[in-house]
Design a protein around this ligand. Structure first.
Ligand code: GTP
Length: 260
């Protein structure tokens, strides 16, 4: 059964910091944000989770397999090395949107994102030990069909970017509204969705919707496993199956072996 543990990562009081004592150089902020994301990706990824940069001042992580101590260690390590601190809210639910609501609620209850007295909140419930064995994450890895031939090799980068972003906007809204799935642009022409248990026809309907609304053709590989890495890795293999078979939806056949 899918049961997703999500962590909302929010930089404490970041807005005021970016303009104190006066506005900071934009490329310095971009450097900080991208390094922070890289560090989170390393930390969470080494524990088989996924993290998405969303707006950089707020990020969303799939943290099945990470316990409260892992979250505390992350906060400590960031506070030791960065001029900013992180608040973390954790939520669990079969539906990813509900899990994120829970994760967000505990952070919002502790105070505003721009409250200078709210620092390093760590709140919410992780998956109980006894539920871990049968709690799965479902990950759908979407990719634009022949983005290179249709866009990258034909259009300038900005017009390509518009096409890809329009496809992303259409997909993220459809999956959020219809199923409570959360979709994240991860670079190139790739979108990764954290979903509840969806069927092949529900994925086909999402792909049809995006083609109708944005004119962007997608395919998707779907994987399910006890952590984001294994589910996502299986999804990537399923996406390769789409390429070989010329299909638009493939599910990973079997859970991956531990050494895959
Ligand atoms: N984040 C991420 N990006 C990827 C991955 N694979 C490819 N990309 C990005 O996607 C871009 C396009 O690559 P492909 O999707 O393989 O190429 P394509 O032209 O769309 O061809 P088909 O997908 O085979 O239809 C690459 O330049 C990368 O930026 C992946 O696994 N993860």
């Amino acid at each position: 059964m899918t049961n997703t543990q999500l962590t909302l990562v929010q930089i404490d009081n970041y807005g005021p910091w970016t303009v104190t004592p006066e506005p900071r150089r934009e490329m310095d902020l971009q450097t900080l944000q991208s390094r922070l994301f890289a560090d989170l990706a390393q930390f969470v990824g080494s524990r088989d989770g996924y993290v998405f940069f969303t707006r950089f001042d707020n990020m969303v992580a799939v943290t099945n397999g990470l316990d409260r101590d892992d979250h505390e260690l992350l906060q400590e390590s960031i506070a030791n090395r960065y001029p900013v601190t992180l608040s973390l809210g954790i939520g669990v639910d079969r539906n990813p949107a509900v899990a994120l609501e829970r994760a967000t609620d505990v952070v919002q209850r502790a105070g505003s994102a721009q409250d200078h007295e709210r620092r390093e909140v760590l709140s919410g419930e992780t998956l109980p030990m006894e539920d871990r064995a049968d709690s799965d994450v479902q990950i759908a890895h979407f990719d634009v069909n022949d983005a290179t031939g249709k866009y990258t090799d034909r259009l300038n980068e900005f017009d390509t970017f518009i096409q890809i972003e329009q496809g992303y906007a259409s997909l993220m809204r459809h999956l959020r509204e219809e199923h409570g799935a959360l979709s994240f642009f991860v670079g190139g022409d790739n979108i990764i969705s954290i979903t509840p248990d969806l069927t092949a026809s529900q994925y086909r309907a999402a792909i049809d919707h995006v083609e109708g609304e944005a004119g962007v053709e997608l395919k998707v590989g779907v994987g399910t496993a006890s952590n984001a890495h294994e589910a996502g890795f299986a999804a990537k293999h399923a996406l390769e199956d789409c390429r070989h078979r010329g299909t638009i939806v493939e599910f990973a056949d079997a859970p991956l072996a531990a050494d895959d």
